[in-house]
Design a protein around this ligand. Structure first.
Ligand SMILES: NC(=O)c1ccc[n+]([C@@H]2O[C@H](COP(=O)([O-])OP(=O)(O)OC[C@H]3O[C@@H](n4cnc5c(N)ncnc54)[C@H](O)[C@@H]3O)[C@@H](O)[C@H]2O)c1
Length: 487
């Protein structure tokens, strides 16, 4: 019987999927990977005869996506949506899909130890690394790292699984693979290298030496807005293609990928599909993290508090749009080292992308895991402004918005479902402090987020406190209007 997806009204794989070689094992088969890296590979296979294929893996959560893939011969739909046009493609580059809890860890490790595997790429969210976002270092006592260190041959964490796979390859006399992070973190390659090497060193020093000498960890800057899939997304895709695809995903038309060209066992010719291969990704990552992700977080906290459910709803409020644009150009752009990019145009393009009414990117989704995001999206820029004695009102307002949000009660008195790996620590700070100045100081005391210098910086503390009190007194809409009035 023909696979239902091959009857979809969509661009279908025109290449021979049987000729694809599983040279990339990807950990984290989430919405983003499906609409980003896999699409690049699909374009390469369709238009350039590439035979680079994927083995897709979920280690934690996402059992259903893997089951869906198995049920439909590893095909799935990606819809690109803009206000006036939707297009769809059926992606065919995944040859296999595995889940560590369903198929067993041994199946995952065996896939990673196939001789031809050249790259292990990861999108496991910022909290999947087991590191401290404030320092970038692996936390050996982290709840999913500590048990793996005691039982390194049966790991559950991504770091543990990667190190065990590398150990087995080394023991079998196979070459190493490249480990490529595609998560939103500054210097994601360096963070990954720190985490993997520190974990390996805690297990076996000789193995750590071998990894340091044989594995590379290129940094990447990834960009494409891919909202979490909802039933409504799947309905829309079905209307477009005529086929119900539970593994389908929808995203904006824009996509960008800047990759540090440092691979130990070869790589696809991603540049043919529009990626930029460069010697140093850091300036591009900083630009994207601070201008895009920083303004996204700002809008997520302050938008949620104001009752805006989606980023495009925030864009319909002139004050929010102006504040986000000013945050990008007045407070983030000056901190950047990137050369050869017109940052004013970049900011305008971001505002256009945020305004796409088809995207419906939830403020609640972006607000998640703030403890892992604030350091690179806002606090590094605050440090730059303090060092240069410049204003950072909007960054302070963004931090205050996060504080108000994690207080757990919205402006109508309704509970907020705060989701964060440091929730217990955050709740302890919230519950142990009175509303107002004491609350601000208690939250600033969380060292894993703010480090130990910023909370002692009187100017920073005063600015955050001023913004926080304005939020308490006047609410988010009026406060954003007040801050935006300057621009
Ligand atoms: N969605 C976007 O617009 C977007 C854009 C740029 C970058 N990203 C990056 O991609 C990441 C994933 O986003 P998404 O939209 O695919 O989210 P998602 O929720 O759809 O998928 C998350 C994936 O991470 C895996 N995961 C979660 N916790 C893990 C853990 N502790 N260990 C191992 N794996 C774990 C899950 O199995 C799942 O595959 C983001 O955190 C971000 O860093 C996303």
């Amino acid at each position: 019987m023909q696979n239902k997806l091959l009857t979809a009204k969509a661009a279908l794989p025109t290449y021979d999927r049987n000729k694809l070689v599983q040279r990339i094992v990807h950990l984290g088969f989430g919405a983003f990977h499906r609409a980003h890296q896999a699409v690049y590979a699909d374009i390469l296979a369709t238009e350039h005869g590439s035979d680079w294929g994927y083995c897709e893996v979920n280690l934690v959560g996402g059992e259903q996506q893997i089951a869906d893939m198995k049920a439909q011969d590893n095909l799935y739909t990606v819809a690109e949506m803009s206000a006036d046009a939707w297009t769809a493609r059926v992606v065919g580059v995944a040859r296999r899909a595995l889940h560590a809890d369903v198929d067993g860890l041994e199946a995952v490790l065996a896939a990673m130890c196939e001789p031809q595997v050249a790259i292990v790429s990861i999108t496991i969210t910022e909290k999947g690394y087991g590191h401290s976002p404030a320092t970038g270092q692996l936390m050996l006592d982290h709840p999913f790292i500590a048990p793996d260190l005691k039982n390194p041959h049966q790991p559950k964490s991504a770091a543990g699984v990667i190190v065990e796979a590398l150990a087995r390859r080394r023991a079998q006399g196979l070459g190493a693979f490249t480990v490529m992070s595609c998560d939103n973190m500054p210097e994601n390659g360096h963070v990954t290298r720190n985490v993997i090497c520190a974990y390996a060193r805690a297990v076996d020093a000789e193995l750590a030496d071998w990894i340091e000498a044989n594995v590379t960890f290129p940094s990447t800057m990834v960009d494409r807005i891919v909202p979490a899939v909802t039933a409504e997304t799947l309905d829309k895709i079905e209307q477009l293609t005529g086929v119900r695809d539970p593994a389908g995903v929808a995203c904006e038309p824009f996509r960008q990928w800047v990759i540090e060209d440092n691979f130990v066992a070869g790589r696809p010719e991603w540049e043919k599909a529009g990626a930029e291969l460069v010697a140093d990704v850091v300036p591009f990552e900083e630009m994207k993290l601070r201008m895009l992700n920083g303004s996204h977080s700002f809008l997520a906290y302050l938008g949620y508090l104001a009752g805006y459910q989606h980023i495009n709803d925030c864009m319909e409020d002139d004050n929010y749009r102006r504040a986000a644009h000013a945050l990008m150009l007045q407070e983030q752009a000056p901190t950047l080292k990137v050369k050869g990019v017109d940052l004013a145009k970049y900011a305008d393009m971001l505002i256009d992308r945020y305004s796409n009414p088809a995207l419906r990117h939830r403020t609640w989704q972006i607000a998640m895991d703030g403890s892992q995001k604030l350091p690179q999206r806002m606090l590094d820029s605050v440090r730059w402004h303090r060092a240069h004695n410049r204003d950072f009102d909007l960054l302070a307002l963004g931090v205050a918005g996060w504080m108000r949000y994690v207080g757990g009660v919205d402006e109508q008195g309704k509970p907020i479902e705060v989701s964060d790996p440091l929730l217990a620590v955050i709740q302890q700070a919230v519950k142990g402090s009175a509303e107002g100045e004491a609350r601000v100081k208690a939250l600033l005391g969380i060292e894993a987020i703010f480090g130990n210098e910023l909370p002692k910086d009187e100017v920073f503390v005063a600015q955050v406190l001023r913004a926080y009190q304005a939020l308490l007194a006047n609410g988010a809409k009026a406060t954003v209007a007040q801050y935006a009035a300057k621009y």
